[in-house]
Design a protein around this ligand. Structure first.
Ligand SMILES: Cc1ncc(COP(=O)(O)O)c(C=O)c1O
Length: 497
């Protein structure tokens, strides 16, 4: 039995001019709401006293209506001690909307309000499947969870007016300060807390940048291959995408200047190119910054997953090299901690701050206060740094295990190298195996491997798989690689070695 209160919020009403007796009007409304499932089975109805006083009718009218509903089997329980919608309704439930006087079959207008948007949305982009080797999955260990629970309790107990009301659209001062210190130390980002805007993640950050910086039909350089969700966001805003090839040094800036000299912006993943994992070389970084300085172009830096670097020196952010306020930097804690957190940040050059803050406010007002309070403490007390240190070790072990197992069980079908950074690796397929076929076959066998070729637009595609290792501990990696080995074998018998 459920007392969720929805029946109290229902639009109960009485038409005093009607010839229909009052008890029958109440009866008909309740019956219609039950049949249409507006009141679900088990829902608690308002007490007869409450409903009578709300409708300003005699209580006896409500009692009579309820009695009839009881007699017909719509209600169960006992008047006076709780009245509930019956679980065994006496006639088939009418799933159609209640007839409120408008003709049911009135022709829908089809020539107006055509929906604009992205129809094709690759399933892999959703990243909600927890099967190995989906990308974008994180592990949250017991220590992080325990601290998070403690801090949630503490933040809730301290909850006051400040947290319950509207607040700064840029996010709380405490969290912006903590993010600023972290970025200065870990990513050599040049910023003050005033330049930080807390977002729900990179996706929202990039959406804000598109709204503020681009007009429909503006040309934008995007990496080829590249991250589909950024491309979709740009396409939805009417930008003209100019795919620019990525080579061993990252996006080819000279090729970009030739192919699309009038571009307004470039969207790049310099520290770990998505999906190839290539690091943008220093020469290319300087070329890109020079282009922005000379043409007034904007650089949108998506610095995802840069916390998880396993070897070699971490390369500082591109923003850290920018001396002319052309780079807008985006980072996310949805990868560092867990995607359900939905907190990221933008570092915005001072001349753009007002426009970004206003756009953020128009989108969804502000970030949620509770999550911000918890995260600010989590960062200030050193838990984020400790979490990163622990997870870096765990992810590195998982990466190494995955590389070793793939080499052991599937060497005939793919080649793989351990990436220095990130949460997935790229396995190049051999023997003419097509990545989209392997992706489909793997899915039928309970595995999620992401084909890389659909991420190419103009450049000639690589037949390769993206395999996420961050979300999967040892005991899940071992059987999953065995299963992937079988899938590959079924796709093609290996050549004799
Ligand atoms: C290239 C890239 N950027 C950013 C993100 C993170 O986006 P968000 O913070 O919106 O979860 C992802 C997630 O998969 C990604 O692959």
């Amino acid at each position: 039995m459920r007392a969720n209160g929805w029946t109290d919020l229902y639009d109960w009403h009485i038409d005093r001019a009607s010839n229909t007796p009052i008890f029958r009007q109440i009866y008909l409304q309740a019956r219609a709401a039950i049949l249409s499932r507006t009141f679900s089975a088990g829902a608690k109805l308002p007490s007869t006293r409450d409903l009578a006083s709300r409708l300003r009718v005699a209580r006896a009218s409500v009692v009579a209506a309820y009695e009839q509903l009881f007699a017909e089997g719509y209600l169960s329980g006992k008047i006076g001690s709780g009245t509930y919608v019956s679980f065994d309704l006496p006639e088939p439930v009418d799933r159609r909307a209640p007839n409120n006087g408008t003709p049911r079959n009135r022709k829908r207008r089809t020539n107006r309000g055509r929906a604009l948007g992205i129809r094709e949305f690759p399933e892999a982009s959703l990243q909600d499947n927890d099967r190995p080797f989906n990308t974008g999955r994180t592990l949250v260990d017991a220590r992080t969870l325990a601290v998070w629970r403690t801090l949630t309790g503490r933040s809730l107990r301290a909850f006051g007016d400040r947290e319950l009301m509207y607040s700064d659209p840029r996010g709380s001062t405490d969290l912006r300060k903590a993010i600023c210190q972290y970025l200065q130390a870990a990513r050599a980002v040049q910023c003050t807390p005033d330049q930080i805007i807390v977002t729900s993640g990179t996706q929202q950050g990039i959406d804000i940048a598109i709204r503020v910086l681009l007009r429909p039909d503006d040309e934008v350089w995007v990496e080829d291959p590249g991250y589909p969700l950024t491309r979709h966001a740009l396409a939805m805003a009417g930008a003209k995408l100019r795919p620019i090839p990525v080579d061993a040094q990252g996006i080819n800036v000279r090729a970009a200047m030739k192919a699309a000299p009038r571009a307004t912006a470039a969207v790049v993943t310099p520290s770990h190119q998505f999906p190839t994992g290539v690091v943008l070389s220093m020469a290319r970084r300087l070329e890109l910054l020079a282009w922005a300085r000379e043409t007034g172009g904007w650089i949108i830096e998506d610095d995802y997953a840069s916390e998880f670097r396993y070897s070699g020196r971490p390369l500082a952010s591109l923003q850290g090299l920018d001396d002319c306020e052309r780079v807008i930097y985006f980072g996310t804690l949805n990868k560092t901690l867990f995607p359900g957190l939905r907190i990221g940040y933008a570092v915005v050059p001072p001349p753009l701050l007002k426009a970004f803050t206003n756009a953020r406010c128009l989108m969804d007002r502000q970030p949620p206060t509770l999550q911000q309070a918890i995260l600010a403490e989590f960062m200030q007390e050193g838990h984020l740094a400790a979490h990163i240190r622990r997870l870096r070790l765990a992810y590195r072990d998982q990466r190494d295990l995955l590389v070793a197992e793939l080499s052991r069980r599937a060497r005939a079908y793919l080649t793989v190298q351990a990436p220095d950074q990130g949460m997935y690796l790229v396995a190049n397929l051999r023997q003419g195996l097509r990545d989209i076929d392997v992706e489909a076959a793997a899915r039928r066998n309970g595995l999620v491997v992401r084909a890389m070729s659909p991420l190419y637009k103009k450049a000639s595609p690589r037949s390769a798989l993206m395999l996420g290792f961050s979300g999967y501990p040892r005991q899940r990696i071992l059987p999953a690689v065995a299963s992937l080995g079988r899938v590959l074998r079924m796709q093609r018998q290996p050549e004799k070695q």
